[in-house]
Design a protein around this ligand. Sequence first.
Ligand SMILES: *[C@@H]1O[C@H](CO)[C@@H](O)[C@H](O)[C@H]1NC(C)=O
Ligand SMILES: *[C@@H]1O[C@H](CO)[C@@H](O)[C@H](O)[C@H]1NC(C)=O
Ligand SMILES: *[C@@H]1O[C@H](CO)[C@@H](O)[C@H](O)[C@H]1NC(C)=O
Length: 272
Amino acid sequence: MRLQTGASAVAFAAAASATSLSEVCTVSNVKAALPSNGTILGVNVLPSLATANTATSDSYSYCNVTVTYTHPGKGDTVVVKYALPEPSDYKKRFYVAGGGGYTLSSTSTGGLEYGAVGGATSAGYGALDGTTYDEVVLYGNGSINWDATHMFGYQALGEMTKLGKYFTKGFYGQSASSKLYTYYEGCSDGGREGMSQIQRYGDEYDGAITGAPAFRYGQQQVNHLLPNAVEHTLDYYPPPAPSPRSSTRPSRHATLSTAVPTASSPVVTSVC
Ligand SMILES: *[C@@H]1O[C@H](CO)[C@@H](O)[C@H](O)[C@H]1NC(C)=O
Ligand SMILES: *[C@@H]1O[C@H](CO)[C@@H](O)[C@H](O)[C@H]1NC(C)=O
Ligand SMILES: *[C@@H]1O[C@H](CO)[C@@H](O)[C@H](O)[C@H]1NC(C)=O
């Protein structure tokens, strides 16, 4: 087995003999698995800020890793966090989740049930702490924050994925040339994020679920307003839908014929 440069002996042992999580989940193993500057264009890792601790999500134990990097010349810092399954659960998969609204996903654990490493990113504007893109798109003087715009648009997830895939192989002692199956899953803005990942970083992914992608705003936002305009024009305003607990609420699995909307039974559209 040819090892990736920098992979530690401990990581190699992990692959060879199903080492325990606590043996691989160390800051020194994380540091050894990080790419040196120049490996991923435009990404300089700050190894001294790397962290690692074991954690649990549902019934899965994992290694919670945070890595900080900068874009050379910009002086910014971007924090990415990864959830790495136990070596014995790891199935050579990498999982990227989308967000919704104006958010990027802030959780890294979505891949654990598939034996996949997952990641999430601060995008350089606090996305891990819940800051949303619409909160940072304008500077106080009204200028557009293009750094945040590009990061939210595609760059942050692309960098998180490239860095995470490189790092994952080193962490488990997998050879650099071996396959790491990589999947994207998201809906709404997460669907839009998935479409842009495939467009911009298509070589990184083996599959993508891009539900209800929220894009082509010029049309989509007008579509959102159409019902209001129709109601106003007809001067007819349907009554509110029954509460979700009401037994009269149509089943989410209603067939098309039973789901035809009438004034008293509004259609239930699928939710992301
Ligand atoms: C990469 O570059 C950053 C500065 O951009 C520096 O702080 C860091 O130590 C470098 N990493 C390595 C592994 O040399
Ligand atoms: C993951 O690591 C970060 C950085 O040390 C920490 O803030 C966070 O609480 C950790 N999460 C879990 C679930 O351990
Ligand atoms: C607006 O604010 C940003 C961030 O502080 C700054 O980089 C930019 O130069 C400012 N633009 C103008 C026109 O003052």
